[in-house]
Design a protein around this ligand. Structure first.
Ligand SMILES: Cc1cc2nc3c(=O)[nH]c(=O)nc-3n(C[C@H](O)[C@H](O)[C@H](O)COP(=O)(O)OP(=O)(O)OC[C@H]3O[C@@H](n4cnc5c(N)ncnc54)[C@H](O)[C@@H]3O)c2cc1C
Length: 452
Protein backbone atom coordinates (compact mmCIF):
# COMPACT_ATOMS: atom_id res chain seq x y z
CA UNK A 1 0.00 0.00 0.00
CA UNK A 2 1.19 3.56 -0.74
CA UNK A 3 1.14 5.07 2.75
CA UNK A 4 -0.65 8.45 2.94
CA UNK A 5 1.61 11.24 4.21
CA UNK A 6 -0.11 11.65 7.65
CA UNK A 7 0.94 8.14 8.57
CA UNK A 8 4.16 7.73 6.59
CA UNK A 9 6.86 5.68 8.32
CA UNK A 10 4.28 3.62 10.25
CA UNK A 11 4.04 -0.11 9.51
CA UNK A 12 0.67 -0.46 7.81
CA UNK A 13 -0.69 -3.07 5.41
CA UNK A 14 -3.64 -3.59 3.11
CA UNK A 15 -2.38 -6.98 1.88
CA UNK A 16 -5.19 -9.52 1.78
CA UNK A 17 -3.21 -12.06 3.86
CA UNK A 18 -2.82 -9.50 6.64
CA UNK A 19 -6.45 -8.40 6.46
CA UNK A 20 -7.58 -12.03 6.79
CA UNK A 21 -5.37 -12.57 9.87
CA UNK A 22 -7.03 -9.63 11.61
CA UNK A 23 -10.60 -10.33 10.51
CA UNK A 24 -11.74 -12.53 13.42
CA UNK A 25 -11.46 -13.16 17.13
CA UNK A 26 -12.19 -16.23 19.31
CA UNK A 27 -15.96 -15.72 19.27
CA UNK A 28 -18.69 -16.97 16.93
CA UNK A 29 -18.92 -13.49 15.32
CA UNK A 30 -18.68 -13.57 11.51
CA UNK A 31 -15.18 -12.50 10.36
CA UNK A 32 -14.97 -9.19 8.41
CA UNK A 33 -12.02 -7.84 6.44
CA UNK A 34 -10.82 -4.39 7.58
CA UNK A 35 -9.55 -1.58 5.33
CA UNK A 36 -6.00 -1.86 6.70
CA UNK A 37 -3.93 -3.09 9.63
CA UNK A 38 -1.48 -0.75 11.38
CA UNK A 39 1.18 -1.68 13.93
CA UNK A 40 2.20 1.43 15.93
CA UNK A 41 5.51 1.15 17.78
CA UNK A 42 4.81 3.94 20.26
CA UNK A 43 2.16 6.39 21.48
CA UNK A 44 3.13 9.01 18.91
CA UNK A 45 2.41 6.57 16.05
CA UNK A 46 -0.93 5.64 17.66
CA UNK A 47 -1.80 9.37 17.76
CA UNK A 48 -0.98 9.79 14.05
CA UNK A 49 -3.04 6.74 13.06
CA UNK A 50 -6.09 7.79 15.07
CA UNK A 51 -5.91 11.38 13.72
CA UNK A 52 -5.62 10.09 10.16
CA UNK A 53 -8.62 7.79 10.69
CA UNK A 54 -10.78 10.50 12.26
CA UNK A 55 -9.94 13.01 9.53
CA UNK A 56 -10.72 10.45 6.80
CA UNK A 57 -13.94 9.15 8.36
CA UNK A 58 -12.42 5.74 8.97
CA UNK A 59 -13.06 3.61 12.06
CA UNK A 60 -10.40 2.46 14.50
CA UNK A 61 -10.33 -0.95 16.14
CA UNK A 62 -7.60 -1.33 18.78
CA UNK A 63 -6.50 -4.96 18.98
CA UNK A 64 -4.37 -7.06 21.32
CA UNK A 65 -4.09 -10.77 20.56
CA UNK A 66 -7.63 -11.29 19.23
CA UNK A 67 -8.57 -13.85 21.90
CA UNK A 68 -11.74 -11.91 22.75
CA UNK A 69 -14.84 -14.07 23.11
CA UNK A 70 -17.50 -11.46 22.32
CA UNK A 71 -16.73 -10.30 18.77
CA UNK A 72 -15.37 -6.97 20.08
CA UNK A 73 -12.11 -7.39 18.16
CA UNK A 74 -13.78 -8.20 14.83
CA UNK A 75 -13.54 -5.25 12.38
CA UNK A 76 -16.69 -3.28 11.59
CA UNK A 77 -15.92 -3.59 7.86
CA UNK A 78 -13.90 -2.09 5.06
CA UNK A 79 -13.83 1.39 6.64
CA UNK A 80 -12.01 0.08 9.67
CA UNK A 81 -8.29 0.34 10.47
CA UNK A 82 -7.21 -2.38 12.89
CA UNK A 83 -4.61 -0.90 15.23
CA UNK A 84 -2.65 -3.88 16.47
CA UNK A 85 -0.75 -3.06 19.67
CA UNK A 86 1.36 -6.23 19.50
CA UNK A 87 4.60 -4.31 18.76
CA UNK A 88 4.18 -2.18 21.87
CA UNK A 89 5.27 -4.95 24.23
CA UNK A 90 7.82 -3.49 26.64
CA UNK A 91 7.71 -3.78 30.40
CA UNK A 92 8.81 -0.18 30.99
CA UNK A 93 9.32 -0.14 34.75
CA UNK A 94 9.02 -2.27 37.88
CA UNK A 95 9.02 -0.01 40.94
CA UNK A 96 9.65 -2.28 43.93
CA UNK A 97 9.32 0.58 46.46
CA UNK A 98 5.77 1.33 45.37
CA UNK A 99 5.00 -2.21 44.10
CA UNK A 100 3.92 -1.04 40.65
CA UNK A 101 4.79 -1.94 37.08
CA UNK A 102 4.33 0.16 33.96
CA UNK A 103 3.75 -1.78 30.76
CA UNK A 104 2.90 -1.20 27.13
CA UNK A 105 -0.47 -2.65 26.05
CA UNK A 106 0.95 -5.45 23.88
CA UNK A 107 2.73 -7.20 26.79
CA UNK A 108 1.44 -10.77 27.01
CA UNK A 109 -0.10 -11.51 30.43
CA UNK A 110 1.79 -14.81 30.95
CA UNK A 111 5.13 -13.20 30.15
CA UNK A 112 4.50 -10.44 32.68
CA UNK A 113 3.53 -13.06 35.30
CA UNK A 114 6.78 -15.00 34.74
CA UNK A 115 9.04 -11.93 34.77
CA UNK A 116 7.44 -10.66 37.98
CA UNK A 117 7.56 -14.05 39.71
CA UNK A 118 11.28 -14.14 38.99
CA UNK A 119 11.56 -10.88 40.96
CA UNK A 120 9.34 -12.22 43.80
CA UNK A 121 6.20 -10.28 42.77
CA UNK A 122 2.73 -11.34 41.80
CA UNK A 123 0.20 -9.97 39.28
CA UNK A 124 -2.95 -12.00 40.05
CA UNK A 125 -5.31 -11.60 37.01
CA UNK A 126 -4.81 -14.85 35.07
CA UNK A 127 -7.28 -15.40 32.22
CA UNK A 128 -7.05 -18.96 30.89
CA UNK A 129 -5.72 -17.37 27.67
CA UNK A 130 -2.79 -15.84 29.61
CA UNK A 131 -0.11 -17.25 27.33
CA UNK A 132 -1.51 -15.31 24.36
CA UNK A 133 -3.70 -12.40 25.49
CA UNK A 134 -2.31 -8.92 26.13
CA UNK A 135 -2.56 -6.60 29.12
CA UNK A 136 -4.16 -3.95 26.83
CA UNK A 137 -6.86 -6.47 25.86
CA UNK A 138 -7.26 -7.48 29.53
CA UNK A 139 -7.82 -3.85 30.52
CA UNK A 140 -10.29 -3.25 27.67
CA UNK A 141 -12.32 -6.32 28.72
CA UNK A 142 -11.68 -6.07 32.47
CA UNK A 143 -10.52 -9.68 32.22
CA UNK A 144 -10.82 -12.06 35.13
CA UNK A 145 -9.46 -15.54 35.64
CA UNK A 146 -9.44 -18.37 38.16
CA UNK A 147 -7.67 -16.26 40.81
CA UNK A 148 -10.39 -13.56 40.71
CA UNK A 149 -12.11 -15.35 43.57
CA UNK A 150 -9.49 -14.23 46.08
CA UNK A 151 -7.68 -11.44 44.27
CA UNK A 152 -10.26 -9.73 42.03
CA UNK A 153 -10.12 -8.84 38.35
CA UNK A 154 -7.99 -6.60 36.12
CA UNK A 155 -9.75 -3.42 37.34
CA UNK A 156 -8.47 -4.09 40.86
CA UNK A 157 -4.86 -3.85 39.62
CA UNK A 158 -4.95 -0.91 37.19
CA UNK A 159 -3.68 2.24 38.92
CA UNK A 160 -3.15 4.44 35.90
CA UNK A 161 -3.72 4.39 32.19
CA UNK A 162 -2.51 6.44 29.24
CA UNK A 163 -4.92 6.55 26.31
CA UNK A 164 -5.17 8.27 22.94
CA UNK A 165 -8.62 9.76 22.27
CA UNK A 166 -10.16 9.82 18.77
CA UNK A 167 -9.15 13.49 18.30
CA UNK A 168 -5.52 12.49 18.88
CA UNK A 169 -5.19 13.96 22.37
CA UNK A 170 -3.43 11.91 25.04
CA UNK A 171 -4.88 11.65 28.54
CA UNK A 172 -3.52 10.04 31.69
CA UNK A 173 -6.18 8.79 34.08
CA UNK A 174 -5.62 7.40 37.57
CA UNK A 175 -2.64 7.87 39.85
CA UNK A 176 0.41 6.15 41.32
CA UNK A 177 -1.11 6.63 44.79
CA UNK A 178 -3.21 3.89 46.37
CA UNK A 179 -5.87 6.49 47.25
CA UNK A 180 -7.19 8.98 44.71
CA UNK A 181 -10.47 10.91 44.86
CA UNK A 182 -10.17 13.78 42.42
CA UNK A 183 -13.20 14.17 40.17
CA UNK A 184 -14.86 11.38 38.21
CA UNK A 185 -12.78 8.25 37.75
CA UNK A 186 -12.06 8.23 34.00
CA UNK A 187 -9.71 5.28 34.44
CA UNK A 188 -12.56 3.08 35.64
CA UNK A 189 -14.72 4.18 32.70
CA UNK A 190 -12.01 3.17 30.26
CA UNK A 191 -11.50 -0.25 31.86
CA UNK A 192 -13.91 -2.72 30.24
CA UNK A 193 -14.87 -0.28 27.45
CA UNK A 194 -13.95 -2.83 24.72
CA UNK A 195 -12.00 -0.43 22.53
CA UNK A 196 -15.03 1.83 22.04
CA UNK A 197 -13.58 4.97 23.70
CA UNK A 198 -9.83 5.20 23.08
CA UNK A 199 -6.58 3.32 22.36
CA UNK A 200 -4.72 2.35 25.53
CA UNK A 201 -1.00 2.95 25.12
CA UNK A 202 0.42 2.57 28.65
CA UNK A 203 -0.81 0.92 31.84
CA UNK A 204 0.40 1.20 35.46
CA UNK A 205 -0.36 -1.95 37.43
CA UNK A 206 -0.43 -2.69 41.15
CA UNK A 207 1.69 -5.66 42.24
CA UNK A 208 1.56 -7.97 45.25
CA UNK A 209 4.30 -9.97 46.92
CA UNK A 210 4.48 -13.54 45.61
CA UNK A 211 2.64 -15.85 48.09
CA UNK A 212 5.02 -18.10 50.05
CA UNK A 213 3.13 -21.34 49.53
CA UNK A 214 0.50 -22.83 47.22
CA UNK A 215 -1.43 -26.09 47.59
CA UNK A 216 -3.42 -27.42 44.61
CA UNK A 217 -6.19 -29.97 45.06
CA UNK A 218 -8.22 -31.90 42.53
CA UNK A 219 -11.55 -33.07 43.96
CA UNK A 220 -13.61 -35.69 42.16
CA UNK A 221 -17.41 -35.79 42.62
CA UNK A 222 -19.83 -38.50 41.61
CA UNK A 223 -22.75 -36.08 41.33
CA UNK A 224 -23.10 -32.57 40.03
CA UNK A 225 -25.08 -30.97 42.87
CA UNK A 226 -22.51 -32.09 45.48
CA UNK A 227 -19.78 -30.18 43.62
CA UNK A 228 -21.97 -27.04 43.62
CA UNK A 229 -22.73 -27.52 47.32
CA UNK A 230 -19.02 -27.97 48.08
CA UNK A 231 -18.33 -24.56 46.49
CA UNK A 232 -20.92 -22.82 48.72
CA UNK A 233 -19.78 -24.70 51.83
CA UNK A 234 -16.10 -23.89 51.31
CA UNK A 235 -16.86 -20.19 50.94
CA UNK A 236 -19.29 -20.12 53.87
CA UNK A 237 -16.63 -21.79 56.06
CA UNK A 238 -14.73 -18.46 55.65
CA UNK A 239 -11.95 -19.93 53.51
CA UNK A 240 -11.21 -18.00 50.34
CA UNK A 241 -9.19 -20.26 48.03
CA UNK A 242 -7.31 -18.45 45.30
CA UNK A 243 -9.07 -20.63 42.73
CA UNK A 244 -12.17 -22.78 42.83
CA UNK A 245 -12.63 -24.06 39.28
CA UNK A 246 -15.39 -26.34 38.11
CA UNK A 247 -15.49 -28.89 35.25
CA UNK A 248 -18.54 -30.97 34.41
CA UNK A 249 -18.47 -34.50 32.99
CA UNK A 250 -18.64 -33.36 29.35
CA UNK A 251 -15.69 -31.00 29.75
CA UNK A 252 -13.64 -33.75 31.45
CA UNK A 253 -14.40 -36.13 28.57
CA UNK A 254 -13.61 -33.44 25.97
CA UNK A 255 -10.19 -32.73 27.53
CA UNK A 256 -9.32 -36.44 27.83
CA UNK A 257 -10.21 -37.04 24.17
CA UNK A 258 -8.23 -33.98 23.05
CA UNK A 259 -5.11 -34.19 25.19
CA UNK A 260 -5.19 -37.03 27.74
CA UNK A 261 -3.94 -35.83 31.14
CA UNK A 262 -5.34 -38.62 33.33
CA UNK A 263 -8.46 -36.82 34.56
CA UNK A 264 -11.00 -39.37 35.92
CA UNK A 265 -13.55 -39.81 33.14
CA UNK A 266 -16.15 -41.48 35.38
CA UNK A 267 -16.55 -38.34 37.52
CA UNK A 268 -19.69 -36.21 37.22
CA UNK A 269 -17.77 -33.07 38.19
CA UNK A 270 -14.32 -31.91 39.30
CA UNK A 271 -13.19 -28.97 41.39
CA UNK A 272 -9.69 -27.61 40.97
CA UNK A 273 -8.94 -25.78 44.19
CA UNK A 274 -5.83 -23.75 44.98
CA UNK A 275 -4.95 -22.17 48.33
CA UNK A 276 -2.09 -19.76 48.87
CA UNK A 277 -0.45 -17.80 51.68
CA UNK A 278 1.76 -18.71 54.66
CA UNK A 279 2.63 -22.43 54.70
CA UNK A 280 0.96 -23.29 58.04
CA UNK A 281 -2.25 -21.43 57.23
CA UNK A 282 -2.41 -22.95 53.75
CA UNK A 283 -1.95 -26.46 55.17
CA UNK A 284 -4.73 -25.95 57.74
CA UNK A 285 -7.09 -24.50 55.14
CA UNK A 286 -6.37 -27.38 52.76
CA UNK A 287 -7.27 -29.90 55.50
CA UNK A 288 -10.55 -28.07 56.11
CA UNK A 289 -11.39 -28.01 52.39
CA UNK A 290 -10.64 -31.74 52.05
CA UNK A 291 -12.89 -32.45 55.04
CA UNK A 292 -15.80 -30.43 53.53
CA UNK A 293 -15.42 -32.24 50.18
CA UNK A 294 -15.12 -35.68 51.83
CA UNK A 295 -18.38 -35.08 53.68
CA UNK A 296 -20.01 -34.56 50.26
CA UNK A 297 -18.33 -37.74 49.00
CA UNK A 298 -15.75 -35.81 47.04
CA UNK A 299 -12.38 -37.55 46.69
CA UNK A 300 -9.45 -35.12 47.02
CA UNK A 301 -6.02 -35.56 45.41
CA UNK A 302 -3.15 -33.16 46.24
CA UNK A 303 -0.76 -32.12 43.44
CA UNK A 304 2.61 -33.30 44.76
CA UNK A 305 4.83 -30.83 42.92
CA UNK A 306 4.94 -28.01 40.37
CA UNK A 307 4.83 -30.47 37.45
CA UNK A 308 1.66 -32.13 38.74
CA UNK A 309 0.14 -28.70 39.43
CA UNK A 310 0.95 -27.44 35.93
CA UNK A 311 -0.53 -30.62 34.43
CA UNK A 312 -3.85 -29.96 36.16
CA UNK A 313 -3.90 -26.35 34.95
CA UNK A 314 -2.95 -27.48 31.45
CA UNK A 315 -6.03 -29.76 31.50
CA UNK A 316 -8.22 -26.89 32.70
CA UNK A 317 -6.88 -24.51 30.04
CA UNK A 318 -7.40 -27.13 27.31
CA UNK A 319 -11.17 -27.22 27.75
CA UNK A 320 -11.91 -24.41 25.34
CA UNK A 321 -9.93 -25.81 22.36
CA UNK A 322 -11.02 -29.36 23.26
CA UNK A 323 -14.68 -28.49 22.81
CA UNK A 324 -14.22 -27.92 19.07
CA UNK A 325 -13.76 -31.71 18.79
CA UNK A 326 -17.40 -32.20 19.81
CA UNK A 327 -19.16 -29.90 17.30
CA UNK A 328 -18.11 -27.32 14.73
CA UNK A 329 -19.46 -24.43 16.81
CA UNK A 330 -19.65 -23.65 20.48
CA UNK A 331 -21.74 -20.77 21.66
CA UNK A 332 -19.77 -19.71 24.65
CA UNK A 333 -21.52 -17.72 27.38
CA UNK A 334 -19.92 -16.56 30.61
CA UNK A 335 -22.85 -16.04 32.90
CA UNK A 336 -22.29 -15.19 36.56
CA UNK A 337 -24.63 -15.83 39.49
CA UNK A 338 -24.36 -15.19 43.24
CA UNK A 339 -22.27 -18.06 44.63
CA UNK A 340 -25.13 -19.60 46.61
CA UNK A 341 -27.12 -19.92 43.38
CA UNK A 342 -24.56 -22.17 41.65
CA UNK A 343 -26.45 -25.42 42.39
CA UNK A 344 -29.68 -23.82 41.03
CA UNK A 345 -28.06 -22.62 37.79
CA UNK A 346 -26.41 -26.01 37.22
CA UNK A 347 -29.80 -27.70 37.56
CA UNK A 348 -31.40 -25.14 35.16
CA UNK A 349 -28.64 -25.74 32.59
CA UNK A 350 -29.18 -29.49 32.75
CA UNK A 351 -32.94 -28.98 32.28
CA UNK A 352 -32.42 -26.70 29.25
CA UNK A 353 -30.08 -29.31 27.77
CA UNK A 354 -32.64 -32.10 28.33
CA UNK A 355 -35.55 -30.02 26.98
CA UNK A 356 -33.73 -28.93 23.81
CA UNK A 357 -31.65 -32.05 23.19
CA UNK A 358 -28.58 -29.79 22.89
CA UNK A 359 -25.27 -30.74 24.45
CA UNK A 360 -24.33 -28.05 26.98
CA UNK A 361 -20.85 -28.19 28.48
CA UNK A 362 -20.22 -26.14 31.62
CA UNK A 363 -16.98 -25.28 33.33
CA UNK A 364 -15.33 -22.27 34.86
CA UNK A 365 -14.80 -20.08 37.85
CA UNK A 366 -17.39 -21.58 40.20
CA UNK A 367 -15.82 -19.83 43.21
CA UNK A 368 -17.03 -16.47 41.97
CA UNK A 369 -20.21 -17.84 40.39
CA UNK A 370 -18.86 -17.37 36.86
CA UNK A 371 -19.75 -20.41 34.75
CA UNK A 372 -18.69 -20.80 31.12
CA UNK A 373 -21.67 -22.35 29.42
CA UNK A 374 -20.92 -23.83 26.00
CA UNK A 375 -23.87 -24.75 23.82
CA UNK A 376 -22.55 -27.18 21.23
CA UNK A 377 -24.03 -27.05 17.74
CA UNK A 378 -23.23 -27.91 14.17
CA UNK A 379 -23.02 -24.62 12.27
CA UNK A 380 -24.14 -26.24 9.01
CA UNK A 381 -27.22 -27.71 10.67
CA UNK A 382 -29.39 -24.57 10.50
CA UNK A 383 -32.15 -25.98 12.71
CA UNK A 384 -29.74 -27.07 15.45
CA UNK A 385 -27.83 -23.78 15.32
CA UNK A 386 -31.06 -21.73 15.60
CA UNK A 387 -32.12 -23.90 18.55
CA UNK A 388 -28.77 -23.23 20.22
CA UNK A 389 -29.16 -19.46 19.76
CA UNK A 390 -32.65 -19.71 21.30
CA UNK A 391 -31.20 -21.55 24.28
CA UNK A 392 -28.91 -18.55 24.96
CA UNK A 393 -31.92 -16.36 25.75
CA UNK A 394 -33.36 -19.00 28.08
CA UNK A 395 -30.04 -19.29 29.91
CA UNK A 396 -29.85 -15.50 30.33
CA UNK A 397 -33.43 -15.42 31.66
CA UNK A 398 -32.60 -18.06 34.30
CA UNK A 399 -29.36 -16.26 35.18
CA UNK A 400 -31.04 -12.87 35.65
CA UNK A 401 -33.87 -14.44 37.69
CA UNK A 402 -31.21 -15.74 40.10
CA UNK A 403 -29.78 -12.22 40.50
CA UNK A 404 -26.89 -12.89 38.10
CA UNK A 405 -25.40 -11.14 35.10
CA UNK A 406 -25.09 -12.11 31.41
CA UNK A 407 -21.31 -11.59 31.29
CA UNK A 408 -18.78 -12.05 34.06
CA UNK A 409 -15.64 -11.39 32.04
CA UNK A 410 -15.92 -11.67 28.24
CA UNK A 411 -17.89 -8.46 27.76
CA UNK A 412 -20.66 -7.64 25.30
CA UNK A 413 -18.97 -7.00 21.91
CA UNK A 414 -21.36 -7.83 19.08
CA UNK A 415 -22.28 -11.32 20.20
CA UNK A 416 -24.12 -10.27 23.36
CA UNK A 417 -25.21 -6.81 22.15
CA UNK A 418 -28.74 -8.04 21.27
CA UNK A 419 -29.23 -9.11 24.90
CA UNK A 420 -27.79 -6.11 26.80
CA UNK A 421 -31.23 -4.60 27.42
CA UNK A 422 -32.28 -7.78 29.24
CA UNK A 423 -29.98 -6.61 32.05
CA UNK A 424 -29.34 -2.86 31.64
CA UNK A 425 -32.31 -0.50 31.91
CA UNK A 426 -33.09 2.10 29.20
CA UNK A 427 -32.00 5.11 31.32
CA UNK A 428 -28.66 3.46 32.15
CA UNK A 429 -28.13 2.62 28.48
CA UNK A 430 -28.79 6.27 27.57
CA UNK A 431 -26.14 7.38 30.07
CA UNK A 432 -23.63 4.88 28.66
CA UNK A 433 -24.31 6.04 25.09
CA UNK A 434 -23.92 9.65 26.25
CA UNK A 435 -20.48 8.84 27.68
CA UNK A 436 -19.49 7.17 24.41
CA UNK A 437 -20.59 10.35 22.55
CA UNK A 438 -18.44 12.57 24.79
CA UNK A 439 -15.28 10.51 24.27
CA UNK A 440 -15.95 9.76 20.62
CA UNK A 441 -18.35 12.30 19.01
CA UNK A 442 -17.69 11.06 15.45
CA UNK A 443 -18.19 7.39 16.31
CA UNK A 444 -14.64 6.48 15.24
CA UNK A 445 -13.85 3.90 17.90
CA UNK A 446 -14.90 0.29 17.33
CA UNK A 447 -18.47 0.98 16.13
CA UNK A 448 -21.24 -1.61 16.42
CA UNK A 449 -19.89 -2.99 19.68
CA UNK A 450 -21.74 -3.11 23.05
CA UNK A 451 -24.75 -1.09 21.80
CA UNK A 452 -26.88 -1.85 18.74
C1 LIG B 1 -8.94 -20.18 25.37
C2 LIG B 1 -9.43 -18.88 25.93
C3 LIG B 1 -9.58 -18.73 27.30
C4 LIG B 1 -10.02 -17.52 27.85
N1 LIG B 1 -10.13 -17.40 29.20
C5 LIG B 1 -10.50 -16.21 29.74
C6 LIG B 1 -10.57 -16.05 31.16
O1 LIG B 1 -10.29 -16.96 31.94
N2 LIG B 1 -10.95 -14.84 31.62
C7 LIG B 1 -11.26 -13.78 30.79
O2 LIG B 1 -11.58 -12.69 31.28
N3 LIG B 1 -11.20 -13.92 29.45
C8 LIG B 1 -10.83 -15.09 28.91
N4 LIG B 1 -10.76 -15.23 27.54
C9 LIG B 1 -11.13 -14.08 26.68
C10 LIG B 1 -9.95 -13.18 26.27
O3 LIG B 1 -8.73 -13.86 26.35
C11 LIG B 1 -9.91 -11.91 27.12
O4 LIG B 1 -11.06 -11.13 26.86
C12 LIG B 1 -8.66 -11.05 26.90
O5 LIG B 1 -8.65 -10.00 27.85
C13 LIG B 1 -8.57 -10.47 25.49
O6 LIG B 1 -7.23 -10.00 25.30
P1 LIG B 1 -6.63 -9.80 23.83
O7 LIG B 1 -5.28 -9.22 23.97
O8 LIG B 1 -6.74 -11.05 23.07
O9 LIG B 1 -7.64 -8.69 23.27
P2 LIG B 1 -8.42 -8.66 21.89
O10 LIG B 1 -9.26 -9.88 21.72
O11 LIG B 1 -7.52 -8.31 20.79
O12 LIG B 1 -9.40 -7.43 22.16
C14 LIG B 1 -10.45 -7.52 23.09
C15 LIG B 1 -11.09 -6.14 23.24
O13 LIG B 1 -10.13 -5.26 23.80
C16 LIG B 1 -9.93 -4.13 22.95
N5 LIG B 1 -8.51 -3.78 23.03
C17 LIG B 1 -7.44 -4.59 22.91
N6 LIG B 1 -6.31 -3.90 23.10
C18 LIG B 1 -6.66 -2.62 23.33
C19 LIG B 1 -5.96 -1.42 23.58
N7 LIG B 1 -4.62 -1.38 23.65
N8 LIG B 1 -6.66 -0.27 23.73
C20 LIG B 1 -8.01 -0.26 23.68
N9 LIG B 1 -8.74 -1.37 23.47
C21 LIG B 1 -8.07 -2.53 23.29
C22 LIG B 1 -10.37 -4.58 21.57
O14 LIG B 1 -10.79 -3.49 20.78
C23 LIG B 1 -11.53 -5.51 21.93
O15 LIG B 1 -12.68 -4.74 22.18
C24 LIG B 1 -10.34 -16.43 26.98
C25 LIG B 1 -10.18 -16.58 25.60
C26 LIG B 1 -9.74 -17.79 25.07
C27 LIG B 1 -9.57 -17.91 23.59
Amino acid sequence: MKTPSGISGIHISTDREDLICYSFDASIAEPALPHAVAWPKNTDEAVRIIKYATENNLHVLPRGAGTGMAGASVPSGTECIVVSLEKMRKILDVDTKNMTAVVEPGVVNGRLQKDLEYLGYFYPPDPASLNICTIGGNVATNAGGPRALKYGVTRDYVMGIEVVLPDGSIINAGSKTRKHVVGYDLKDLLIGSEGTLAITTKIMLRLLPLPEDVITLLVIFKDLESSGLAVSKIISSKIIPRTLEFMDRSSIEAVENYKPTGLPENAEALLLIELDGYPLTVKKEAEKVVDICNRLEGEAIIAEDDIAREQLWEARRSISPALYQIKSAKINEDIVVPRDKIPSILVSLRKISEDTGLKIVSFGHAGDGNIHVNIMADKDDKEEYAKALNAVKKIFEHTLKLGGSISGEHGIGTVKAPYISMEIKERELQLMKGIKGLFDPKGTMNPGKIFI
